[in-house]
Design a protein around this ligand. Structure first.
Ligand code: HPA
Ligand code: ZN
Length: 329
């Protein structure tokens, strides 16, 4: 079966994490930065574990220094993502990497991303929306300007607020101020939890940050009471199986809990997280889900309907994207 052509909705990507290594190397060359330490001899990103991944990620981000760099990045990412059938994508973007949390700078970076998104929509038939992201290991204080940038730019392109980064830094309640600020601005919320922190971190995130979606959330599988709560609150999981396998959050594809979560009635969706880092694509994710759990076109269509319903964009955009998910007449 060829899943590449199947139209797809992807909710959990990190924009800088979608940068191909060759793109980052080119920017490093242009700016005379020595980033040789973050690449393997074959030219891929080189990291040992999750913490090292975050360090390599941030080193790669040092090459992205202007709105124009983000315009080029957004175009390159959308062309590649659309080539795997993705018709709608949400991506985490961080004011920390776009002008250091300064609102005026942030609006310039956003304008450049939006310009590229509009061009890519015309050329490649993919819609992009951004979710402003606080970076957890930068600490609760650093997440406040990110949330402020989110609230000030919430609109057509920026559709939500969330948090990524080192999951084991602090407790969810430490970050409540930022989430409250974004919620009071009317923004939908998501947060990485349960990739490393198990069911307890997922439960605290739901309780203290009151999110609609959880990034990863796979640790929830160990707590039936929490599963009941996820069902009752209609919380959607942004599951990234290939990322979990490469970072060793699970032992391998066969033991990945996505099928058990889905069987329990949880609304799971599938995304790539940071595709070039994890040697994955949406096509590869679908291929592995097919090989591992026997999922086919029916399951994938249902998955995409779940993802579109859980998307943070407006209803007009959803209606437009829904047409792209219908089979060609
Ligand atoms: N997980 C957590 N934080 C991140 C990631 C990720 O995969 N990518 C960039 N920041
Ligand atoms: Zn992620």
């Amino acid at each position: 079966m060829n899943f590449r052509e199947l139209p797809k909705v992807e909710l959990h990507t990190h924009l800088e994490g979608c940068a191909p290594p060759a793109f980052i190397r080119q920017l490093a060359h242009e700016k005379r930065l020595d980033l040789s330490g973050i690449f393997t001899a074959e030219g891929g990103y080189d990291f040992r574990d999750f913490d090292h991944f975050l360090q390599v990620y941030e080193a790669a981000c040092t090459t992205l220094q202007s709105p124009e760099d983000f315009r080029r990045l957004t175009m390159a990412v959308l062309e590649e993502t659309a080539s795997h059938g993705v018709v709608y994508m949400e991506t985490f973007v961080s004011p920390d990497f776009c002008g250091g949390g300064d609102l005026v700078a942030w609006t310039d970076y956003l304008a450049a991303m939006q310009e590229a998104a509009a061009e890519a929509e015309d050329k490649f038939g993919i819609t992009l929306k951004g979710i402003v992201t606080g970076i957890r290991h930068f600490g609760p204080e650093a997440c406040k300007p990110a949330a402020l940038c989110a609230a000030e730019t919430y609109g057509d392109f920026i559709t939500g607020y969330g948090m990524a980064g080192g999951e084991m830094v602090g407790r969810p309640a430490d970050y409540a101020y930022s989430f409250d600020l974004a919620r009071e601005a009317g923004m939908p919320l998501t947060c990485h939890a349960g990739e490393w922190g198990g069911a307890l971190m997922v439960a605290e995130t739901i309780r203290d940050l009151r999110v609609a979606r959880i990034g990863h959330g796979i640790g929830a599988i160990d707590d039936p009471t929490l599963i009941d709560e996820i069902l009752e609150k209609d919380i959607v999981l942004e599951v990234c199986p290939g990322s979990n396998v490469v970072l060793k959050a699970v032992d391998g594809w066969a033991s990945h809990p996505i099928a058990k979560l889905r069987d329990a009635g949880v609304k799971v969706t599938v995304s790539t997280d940071d595709p070039p880092f994890f040697h994955t694509t949406m096509t590869a994710e679908y291929d592995m889900l097919h090989q591992t759990f026997g999922w086919g076109e029916d399951e994938f269509k249902a998955l995409n309907a779940t993802a579109l319903a859980a998307a943070f964009c407006d209803d007009d955009t959803k209606a437009r994207v829904a047409k792209r998910l219908e089979p060609a007449q």
